[in-house]
Design a protein around this ligand. Structure first.
Ligand SMILES: Nc1nc2c(c(=O)[nH]1)N[C@H]1C(S)=C(S)[C@@H](COP(=O)(O)O)O[C@H]1N2
Ligand SMILES: [Mo]
Length: 237
């Protein structure tokens, strides 16, 4: 894909989202859309309802939007990087949701499990192909905070609030964005963010927050640890 194509796809996506389905329907609508039987690869309401331009729908759902996935044979050992917010002993972990319940890991594991083999890319110039197991962020939001999808942004932070990231809602609800509790077939290790971390392969490693303690939603851009230190806030591909 050329840079121009990429830029076009991104702009089309934006226009589609601002004009459309995701903002009008919210997260519940998004989950519902994803559960429809696809017709020629596109959930049928997108083709039949709303008189949506088919080319736009195709750009939105095209594989180009998905991060690359790999065969099991490609899986690598993890590499540990970044321990900010992981220093303290972890006890009585709960996931706090702004405007929602505090959840245990069992509450999260009760949602459908998603596995994927994707690449974690660190901005420092290394990458690892890893297998993740967890819950789609979109499934999590649809279940526990359905109104949140109407907001523009997601804020995540470690329990001690020392590391924090902000995400645009579109990337947060991307089907490959996971709340992961397993890496390479085993429970997540402490240094990789136990008990629950974010895995978001459409973004650089810096956005893949380890040991999530709190999740919030807002219409203003949340603070972001590395953006405050000069890195790109969006940090996507
Ligand atoms: N809490 C926390 N999460 C974090 C970091 C960190 O310092 N603290 N570093 C980030 C960076 S820069 C990268 S590349 C990945 C590395 O994840 P890994 O250690 O599982 O390979 O975690 C990200 N998430
Ligand atoms: Mo990184």
């Amino acid at each position: 894909m050329s840079d121009v194509d990429r830029e076009m796809a991104r702009k089309t996506r934006r226009a589609f989202l601002t004009g459309g389905i995701a903002s009008a329907a919210g997260v519940g609508g998004w989950a519902w859309l994803r559960s429809r039987e696809p017709e020629a690869g596109i959930a049928w309401p997108l083709r039949k309802a709303l008189g949506l331009n088919e080319r736009v729908a195709r750009a939105y759902f095209s594989p180009a939007r998905m991060a690359r996935t790999f065969e099991p044979a490609a899986i690598q050992e993890g590499r540990v990087n970044g321990q900010i917010g992981l220093e303290d002993e972890l006890e009585d972990w709960k996931l706090t949701i702004e405007g929602g319940p505090a959840l245990t890991l069992d509450n999260i594991k009760a949602l459908p499990k998603t596995e994927m083999i994707t690449e974690l890319k660190c901005i420092e110039g290394w990458e690892r192909i890893l297998k993740w197991g967890g819950v789609r962020f979109a499934d999590f939001v649809a279940k526990f905070v359905p109104s949140a999808g109407k907001q523009g942004y997601v804020a995540l932070e470690t329990p001690d609030q020392k590391y924090y990231v902000g995400l645009d809602m579109e990337s947060a609800l991307h089907p490959q964005t996971l709340l992961a509790y397993e890496m390479n077939g085993a429970d997540l290790e402490d240094e990789h963010g136990a008990p629950l971390r974010l895995v978001i392969p459409v973004k650089y490693g810096i956005k893949n927050l380890k040991r999530i303690g709190r999740i919030g939603f807002s219409d203003t851009k949340p603070r972001d640890y590395w953006a405050e230190r000069g890195y790109d806030w969006y940090a996507g591909f």
